[in-house]
Design a protein around this ligand. Structure first.
Ligand code: IMP
Length: 199
């Protein structure tokens, strides 16, 4: 079977391709469909956005599609930045701008609890949702950025059980415990069962 991975992000695509490894599934990416239009991410939750993207790409291509949406939820901010993680400091904001705003909002705040959340949705070729998975990585927000690895909020996120930020930890550690890795594991199990049931 063929599966379109509905992301334009090279790093994510590589991670997903590696994890799909031995499954007899031919992965396609948005690069294989240069004409494809991007949907507007109007969902109020990560799950809504992941579903919206998976269904959008599958109805345009007629392929089974996997799509994801993720971001950071900070307890003291009532779950913000949440679905607006990429544009927390405004449309077109850079990672540094978003981090600066976050640390500003948390100035004098003792509750630093936060979590990364990733939703992944699988739609069939008719645009019908077949599976939805969520992965969570709990942690706390550091008082200032540390480390250069990763992207987004990695330099201020200290995962539970560690005393370093994702910016300081190696990508191997992140690939084991991240919200995306955890959601992806559930997706792999879904497809293993699905293919197993068909053969
Ligand atoms: P996306 O939906 O995966 O593209 O993520 C949206 C935004 O959430 C990103 O632009 C980042 O700001 C933030 N984000 C999501 N995942 C991560 C991560 O693993 N590390 C740091 N920031 C992340």
């Amino acid at each position: 079977m063929k599966l379109l991975v509905g992301t334009g992000n090279k790093g994510k695509l590589l991670e997903i391709t590696e994890k799909f490894g031995e499954l007899p599934i031919e992965l396609k990416s948005l690069k294989d469909f240069p004409e494809i239009l991007q949907p507007e991410e109007t969902g109020r939750t990560f799950a809504e956005n992941a579903i919206l993207k998976a269904r959008w790409y599958s109805t345009q291509t007629g392929l089974w599609t996997l799509a994801d949406d993720s971001g950071l939820e900070v307890e003291a901010l009532g779950g913000l930045p949440g679905v607006i993680s990429a544009r927390y400091a405004g449309v077109g904001a850079k990672d540094e701008d978003n981090i600066r705003k976050l640390l500003d909002e948390l100035k004098n705040e003792r509750n630093r609890s936060a979590r990364f959340v990733c939703s992944m949705a699988v739609s069939d070729e008719k645009g019908i949702l077949r599976f939805l998975a969520e992965g969570v990585c709990d942690g706390i927000i550091a008082f200032k950025p540390r480390g250069k690895n990763g992207f987004g909020y990695d330099s201020v996120f200290i995962p539970k059980g560690f005393d370093k930020t994702f910016g300081e930890l190696s990508s191997l550690v992140k690939q084991k415990i991240s919200h995306r890795a955890r959601a992806l594991q559930k997706i792999i199990s879904f497809f293993s069962d699905f293919i197993g049931n068909k053969t």
